[in-house]
Design a protein around this ligand. Structure first.
Ligand code: PLP
Length: 401
């Protein structure tokens, strides 16, 4: 067939139109394709200095030099028992008051797969799904891929506006099937849902019979080391709360290892979902993570990350005051990776600024990328975690210019 003959239209499934992709993830290839260096505030990646490469290399060498042919085989769909034990130990160490049930823990290919499985279990075509506004749009994209209808609920310094949620649900006369939230050090705003709001959200979910998908990649990264109680724990491990976790932000995103913490009654369904998806999570990477956890390295590593990220966040706040004071406002995260900056002038177009910024050698994600309906055109998300203090200042000065 010659190249100028158009292909016939393919009989795509209805759900294909809900595959909206991710501006956030696409920025990786966009930045790779540029031929000049860019200070990257765009991707939510850990700092290069935060990846424990030496320890991971040592553990990999031990794993891969033993002639262990089993490493190249299939693993149990629910996760390798060794890693599951190590995850249970990590959870007990990080929140001694929580009592996870090992039967409710399943290893996943990163947090994204946990979100996909949750959506697969709970979202029907047309289901109403509440998302924060702004939200982590990879999460809302998962809901859309299962043909959800989205309801965006505003947030403030205390997280999702629960009064607005209740009002909107009353106005619609329809209760949500799922409420998707990133309650702790939210992506993109960096804010944390207060405990009173968490309790009200759980109460509403119970009243409505809604499932809460609690997406928590950053909860262990409080700058002051304090733990924020998860919705899962605060609900007394209510089956309605399905929590998604990942090693991407605390160890390395390329490993693609995460886990879900949910009601044990869901375990077999999740295993079945995984078996129809990827059979099992990458086995050598599971063993690598297990080796890292069993070597007892995580506690010190987390303490180091918290301190590195605290310093970077402060550098970013100082830089924002220096270069954007009087023109914009920004959030004050107590942990995690992100600052959310909003220009006072509502006509500032951050998508336009994104293109100019790339030419000037600085990248961020425009705010509209975090709203399925394209709100927040005069806002942007800046990731402070991945850049050095010097680059944070330089990047912000380029942006200001
Ligand atoms: C809120 C949130 N959920 C899920 C993910 C995806 O995590 P993973 O890379 O482990 O799939 C991210 C990564 O940026 C995130 O910020």
């Amino acid at each position: 067939m010659s190249a100028d003959v158009a292909s016939p239209a393919l009989p795509l499934a209805g759900r294909a139109s809900g595959l909206v992709g991710s501006i956030i993830d696409s920025s990786t290839s966009l930045l790779d394709s540029l031929d000049h260096p860019v200070i990257n505030f765009a991707m939510g990646s850990p700092a290069a200095s935060a990846i424990p490469t030496a320890e991971l290399a040592r553990i990999s060498a031990e794993l891969f030099t033993q002639g262990r042919v089993d490493l190249y085989g299939y693993a149990a769909s629910e996760g390798d028992p060794g890693l599951l034990d190590a995850i249970m130990a990590l959870m007990a160490e990080c929140d001694p008051e929580d009592r996870p049930d090992p039967e409710g823990i399943v290893v996943t290919a990163g947090g994204m797969q946990g979100l996909d499985i949750a959506a697969k279990l709970f979202i029907d075509p047309g289901s109403l799904v509440v998302v924060e506004s702004p939200t982590y749009t990879n999460g809302s994209a998962v809901a859309l891929s299962y043909q959800a209808r989205l309801l965006e609920i505003g947030t403030d310094a205390e997280g999702m506006d629960i009064d607005a949620l209740e009002r909107e649900v009353d106005r619609l006369g329809e209760t949500p099937r799922v409420i998707y939230t990133v309650p702790t050090f939210q992506n993109p705003s960096g804010t944390t849902m207060s405990v009173p709001r968490r309790l009200r959200l759980i109460e509403l979910a119970r009243r409505w019979g809604s499932v809460i998908i609690e997406d928590d990649p950053y909860g262990l990264l409080a700058f002051d080391g304090s733990g924020v109680p998860s919705l899962r724990r605060l609900s007394g491990r209510d089956p309605l709360v399905f929590t998604v976790r990942t090693f991407s932000k605390i160890l390395a995103p390329g490993l693609r290892v995460g886990w879900v913490d949910c009601d044990p009654s869901l375990k077999q369904l999740i295993i079945s979902a995984k078996q129809a998806m990827d059979t099992c999570t990458n086995y050598p990477m599971q063993k690598l993570v297990q080796g890292y956890l069993e070597a007892g390295l995580m506690a010190d590593h987390l303490a180091d990350l918290r301190e590195q990220y605290r310093v970077r966040k402060e550098a970013m706040q100082q830089g924002l005051s220096r270069y954007f004071g009087g023109r914009a406002s920004w959030t004050d995260p107590a942990g995690g990776f992100f600052e959310w900056v909003t220009f006072d002038d509502p006509t500032v177009d951050c998508s336009e600024m994104f293109r100019t910024g790339l030419d000037a050698g600085v990248a961020f994600i425009p705010g509209a990328a975090f709203s399925p309906s394209g709100r927040f055109t005069n806002s942007m998300r800046l990731c402070f975690a991945s850049q050095t203090v010097e680059n944070i200042d330089l990047g912000l000065s380029r942006l200001a210019a």
